[in-house]
Design a protein around this ligand. Structure first.
Ligand SMILES: Cc1cc2nc3c(=O)[nH]c(=O)nc-3n(C[C@H](O)[C@H](O)[C@H](O)COP(=O)(O)OP(=O)(O)OC[C@H]3O[C@@H](n4cnc5c(N)ncnc54)[C@H](O)[C@@H]3O)c2cc1C
Length: 401
């Protein structure tokens, strides 16, 4: 008689068994969030495509959506909420570029939210043209000395660690002279100042570096690899911001449907209903496109489709909240006390009015919609690129303000 194999034989079954075990041993309703997230990391269910021991199982990234959906359904905490920049961008970058010691040190407390991370890329004169940045890193034996300024640094005021890119070779062409580091945000010479947004909150900051010492062991990649390291971060950023696949009808579109349903019948017009329906269809199209993209994605850097999802999400969110504020009528103009505060969380969309104001930033943060369209045009459609006059010139010879 043939013995029937009853143990999990597919990736899906294996993951499902691990989820069952995790939920049974750590019921989300009674386990403190950090403890649950630590157990999720140890089970390899944090970033399932990461290596075993790094919070993953070396399985296809597309399985993560299933894991997240099951955990969410069971009421488990969401790691992204505690540490959005760390979870979506810095963790994946450390996994690809970090040394074994860096992965061991950083990934678990990053995932549990015990150590918040920030991304120190943009500078006052280098946002879209991030490769043109000016902050300097100079090597001195086993350490580097960093001077310069970063800007728009989300949650820098809460961060323990930062993913920093600086110029280490001004005589190389701009993309070649950059190096990436993990920087201690509590190190002497790091100063974080708030920048207040249209909502009244300072989710982001200016960060000044004055003779900050960084051990060479905290370098990510080789000297000169900074651009390639950054591409890992930026591609993950676009997927993190625009590539999520929430349940059907949830997220911003749920806010719009809710606003419509709360309208008194005498204020409901056929034209408004038509607009709500159009947006609902766009939201569903984006959700399905993201599901397809995530299923196509395999271990490694996500491709340009992350940029497309990011651009589509930004425009959709802005249109959804514009319509929602219109539906509110005069009430849409009322927005709290504009209390100036430095929040613990970024991207908290609580009221429609605040979400309307905050969504304006969606087409700027993580790369502007214009730049996403350039990527789509050049890398997907194969159209001629932008005219670039600085590509073959040493950075030090490029004219700048
Ligand atoms: C809410 C928020 C949070 C952020 N968080 C972070 C963070 O944590 N870390 C970080 O490093 N940065 C962060 N940023 C910065 C963000 O990445 C930059 O704002 C963005 O890349 C644009 O750069 P910029 O602001 O310098 O604008 P610029 O690059 O000066 O662009 C100005 C205008 O020119 C257009 N433009 C520029 N180049 C081109 C081109 N080649 N073709 C067509 N149009 C072009 C742009 O689309 C834009 O409309 C954040 C920004 C926001 C709004």
């Amino acid at each position: 008689m043939t013995t029937v194999e009853t143990s999990p034989s597919t990736d899906d079954a294996r993951v499902d068994a691990l989820i069952d075990e995790l939920l049974a041993a750590h019921p989300p309703q009674t386990t403190p969030p950090q403890e649950f997230l630590g157990a999720q990391f140890d089970a390899g269910l944090a970033w399932v495509h990461f290596a075993i021991g790094d919070g993953g199982l070396d399985l296809p990234a597309s399985l993560q959506r299933h894991i997240n959906a099951r955990l969410q359904e069971a009421g488990a905490p969401n790691a992204w909420v505690f540490n959005p920049i760390g979870h979506g961008m810095c963790g994946p970058t450390v996994e690809v570029w970090g040394t074994p010691a860096q992965k061991q040190r950083y990934l678990r407390p990053l995932f549990t939210g015990e150590e918040v991370w920030c991304q120190l890329f943009s500078e006052p004169t280098s946002g879209s043209d991030f490769a043109g940045l000016s902050s300097r890193g100079i090597r001195d034996g086993d350490e580097w000395t960093v001077n310069g300024q970063k800007v728009w640094t989300t949650l820098a005021h809460r961060s323990r660690w930062g993913l920093l890119v600086v110029r280490t070779d001004p005589e190389a062409v701009k993309h070649a002279g950059l190096t990436a580091f993990v920087v201690d945000m509590h190190a002497p010479g790091v100063e974080v100042r708030p920048l207040y947004q249209i909502t009244g909150e300072a989710e982001f900051n200016e960060v000044f570096f004055t003779d900050v010492k960084i051990p060479d062991a905290e370098r990510l990649g080789n000297p000169g690899d900074g651009w390639r390291v950054s591409l890992t971060t930026l591609m993950n950023e676009r997927v993190s911001i625009g590539g999520t696949t929430p349940p059907k009808g949830s997220g911003p579109i749920a806010d719009l449907v809710d606003a419509w349903q709360k309208l008194p019948t005498d204020r409901r017009s056929a034209a408004d209903l038509d607009q709500v329906m159009r947006l609902w269809i766009r939201a569903e199209l984006l959700r399905l496109t993201n599901i397809r993209a995530s299923q196509n994605r395999r271990k490694g850097d996500p491709g340009p489709e992350g940029s497309i999802g990011k651009a589509a999400m930004a425009e959709l969110n802005k249109d959804i909240y514009s319509t929602a504020v219109d539906l509110l009528g005069a009430e849409g103009m009322l927005f709290g006390p504009y209390e100036r505060k430095r929040p613990d969380r970024a991207m908290a969309f609580d009221t429609i009015q605040k979400s309307f104001l905050r969504s304006r930033a969606n087409s700027i943060e993580g790369g502007t919609t214009e730049v996403m369209k350039n990527i789509l045009a050049e890398r997907v459609l194969g159209l001629p690129g932008d005219v670039r006059v600085d590509r073959d010139v040493p950075w030090s010879k490029v004219p700048r303000n």
